[in-house]
Design a protein around this ligand. Structure first.
Ligand code: GDP
Ligand code: IMO
Ligand code: MG
Length: 455
């Protein structure tokens, strides 16, 4: 059974990229299956830092194929920039990268719409998108008539299709105020010229990735699925409307990649040892005080894509237990534990109080979440610097107690702990191996059934 997937359980930036890079060693294919250039995944190795966005974080290793599937919205200029950046630093891409001909293409009008609809025209509280045209591109995908997929760029009617869409979009933009509102009309010929160049550059990488992946699983190749964003930003199951436009929880793996869920035998849920969020929407455990500043400064919590300061707070076990269940998580990876060093006490939110009632389920309506008052458990903190620790048992007693409590509240074992950005700063508990070929864990080591967990 060949599949592992890595899913963020919070609001993104859980250090999925670091983990995917490490786990790539034990896999043959790394797959990005949703989202787009809104993702910013960081890998640090031997003093070098790599920022990946659309290209899977497996690209830094040899001997793997990196696949961007049809569930992704693909900005050709972004991929090309990323490819050039990697190649200029000695990373050979060659035929290692495959891009789905089904991936929907991001065009300049999507970026314009993103800016306008999350700003002055939205009328409500801004989502605070990354401004990469993600939502508008997915909207056109679902709407169908104004959508262009990567494979369409190579068809004889591409120019005509593009001209039609540009005409419709220009009419739409004129209705929104046009040049007076700072919206420049789109020039179909210029856009065609740019995208024809992009298409020529990307052509060797374009493939039917669904067929490729199905062939790979059937011959026993080990697949690693790299989630982007986090489960709480899932379009259907997250904190709507303050979410992204794809299924960023575990439920998106099959629809985004075309690989049936039966081929995924291990789900690793990634959390930070605390909470962060970029953009709008509720963050019940947010700390706008010296604790929040400690987390932001020690964790260098500034967005990888937009450089915005991330909002920071205590670990929210109500939210993460919900997403661990939703994403079918087997094992937890707790990242950035080192950031908590130096705090007298550490807190975990284990329930909410909403309208005077104590609840342990995650509310489905964002207004209830806005009203949620976190109920905390307080644990002793630790002063020790963790960045050199390499064995679980060498962690300070208080740090182990903290991890144990997270595992208990989420009903899953903590199998991986990260104590710094570098590949080497990672602790695999009990010598855990995460090769895709590894068998399903024996019953005795399986996490308890989620309903057994008391929160
Ligand atoms: P992703 O989007 O989930 O891949 O996460 P990001 O790359 O956006 O953000 C995670 C940040 O934390 C990056 O700057 C990483 O280099 C950094 N990082 C990863 N693991 C650790 C860790 O254990 N400790 C610290 N201090 N930083 C880490
Ligand atoms: P990675 O993969 C953190 C957030 C944005 C905004 C909301 C919608 O690096 O974890 P969008 O541009 O997707 O329409 O923005 O989602 N967001 C992320 N936050 N990490 C990400 O990706 C994110 N991708 C989108 O800040 O609140
Ligand atoms: Mg990120």
């Amino acid at each position: 059974m060949p599949g592992t997937c890595v899913i963020g359980l919070q609001w993104g930036d859980e250090a999925k990229g670091k983990l995917v890079d490490i786990l790539t060693e034990e896999h043959d294919v790394v797959v990005r299956y949703q989202g787009g250039a809104n993702a910013g995944h960081t890998v640090v190795s031997g003093g070098q830092t790599w920022k990946l966005s659309l290209i899977p974080s497996g690209i830094l290793r040899d001997g793997v194929t990196c696949v961007v599937t049809g569930g992704v919205v693909l900005d050709p200029a972004s991929v090309i920039r990323e490819m050039d950046g990697l190649e200029s630093r000695g990373v050979k891409i060659g035929r290692k990268l495959l891009l789905s001909d089904r991936a929907h293409v991001v065009f300049p009008w999507h970026v314009t719409e993103d800016r306008l609809l999350d700003g002055s025209l939205s009328g409500g509280e801004a989502i605070g998108t990354t401004g990469r045209g993600i939502g508008p591109c997915y909207r056109d995908k679902v709407g169908r008539s104004l959508a262009i997929r990567l494979g369409d760029l190579y068809r004889p009617d591409f120019r005509e299709k593009l001209a039609h869409i540009v005409e419709v979009k220009n009419r739409l933009f004129a209705g929104w105020g046009g040049a007076a509102a700072g919206i420049q009309p789109l020039d179909a010929a210029a856009i065609h010229a740019d995208y024809a160049l992009h298409a020529a550059r990307l052509e060797p990488h374009v493939a039917d990735t669904t067929a490729f992946l199905l062939d790979e699983v059937e011959v026993g190749k080990r697949l690693l699925f790299e989630g982007a964003q986090g489960s709480l930003l899932d379009i259907d199951h997250g904190t709507f409307p303050f979410v992204t436009s794809s299924n960023s929880s575990g439920v998106g793996v099959s629809s985004g990649s075309g690989v049936p869920g039966r081929w995924v035998n291990r789900v690793i849920g990634v959390v930070k040892a605390y909470s962060t969020r970029v953009g709008g929407g509720p963050l019940p455990t947010e700390q706008i005080n010296p604790i929040g500043e400690h987390l932001r400064e020690r964790g260098r919590e500034y967005g990888t894509v937009t450089m915005r300061p991330r909002r920071c707070g205590w670990f929210d076990a109500v939210a993460a237990r919900y997403t661990a269940r939703l994403s079918g998580v087997d094992h937890l990876a707790v990242m950035l534990l080192d950031v908590l060093s130096g705090l007298d006490e550490v807190k975990i939110c284990s329930a909410y109080e909403i309208d005077g009632k104590r609840v342990t389920h995650f509310p489905s309506h964002v207004d209830d979440l806005k009203n949620a008052r976190p109920v905390y458990e307080t644990l002793p903190g630790w002063d020790e610097d963790l960045t050199e620790v390499r064995g679980y048992d060498d962690l300070p007693r208080q740090a182990r107690a903290y991890l144990d409590r997270i595992g208990e509240l989420l009903g899953r074992p903590v199998a991986i702990v990260s104590v710094g950005p570098d590949r080497a700063q990672t602790i695999f508990r009990h010598g855990a191996s995460f090769g895709g070929g590894a068998a399903t864990p024996p019953a005795s080591t399986r996490p308890p059934h989620p309903s057994a967990a008391k929160v």
